[in-house]
Design a protein around this ligand. Structure first.
Ligand SMILES: [Zn+2]
Length: 186
């Protein structure tokens, strides 16, 4: 199933797809279409780090007029879920964000939050947890009160996005290079 919504040039949510509210109700979402349309998307993204990550995607997509994709975990209390987000350019610098569920399976563990120290830094994209040594793959989401989790974007997720943006930029350079010129091979 694909869910999508569209943003204006100034990142306001202009429209959501049919089925958005049905999906939201089935997954205990706190925001339905009427609660988000007309508002800046930034109101619904937690943490400066995640907003910066998303802004990089939006900026690249608008600058090069090419779509970008990123995988992220969007678990429910019962299910682990992996989504693919595609951000595609629309006319007038608008964007369409499509979220496609690519994999899901039940959590196989006890709720992990009991084993995790109180102060929690978690990657908003892959749900890795920051430990004193490194970022460790998260066993699952931390279903806690919002104030107890600080959401960041881990280095792996940032690198993955950076590489994709670089490839987009390089292909743009290649496309704009005059045919037959520029590179001497002999
Ligand atoms: Zn991550």
């Amino acid at each position: 199933m694909n869910l999508f919504y569209e943003l204006s040039e100034d990142d306001r949510i202009l429209a959501v797809c049919d089925g958005w509210d049905d999906f939201g109700r089935a997954n205990n979402a706190s925001k339905l279409g009427a609660d988000v349309i007309g508002y800046p998307i930034w109101q619904f993204i937690s943490g400066q780090d995640t907003r910066s990550y998303m802004n990089s995607i939006f900026f690249s997509c608008r600058s090069y007029a090419r779509p970008l994709t990123a995988l992220y975990r969007g678990d429910s209390p019962e299910m682990m879920r992996v989504y693919r987000m595609t951000v595609a350019p629309l006319p007038d610098l608008g964007l369409r964000l499509t979220h496609h569920l690519t994999a899901e399976m039940p959590h196989w563990h006890d709720p992990p939050v009991r084993r995790i120290p109180r102060a929690l830094v978690q990657c908003s994209q892959c749900l890795s947890l920051q430990t004193p040594q490194a970022w460790a793959p998260g066993p699952g989401p931390a279903f806690r009160a919002k104030g107890e989790i600080s959401y960041h974007v881990c280095p792996d997720c940032r690198q993955s996005l950076s590489r994709q943006i670089e490839r987009t930029a390089l292909s743009e350079v290649a496309a704009s290079r005059p045919k037959g010129g520029g590179v001497l091979t002999a």
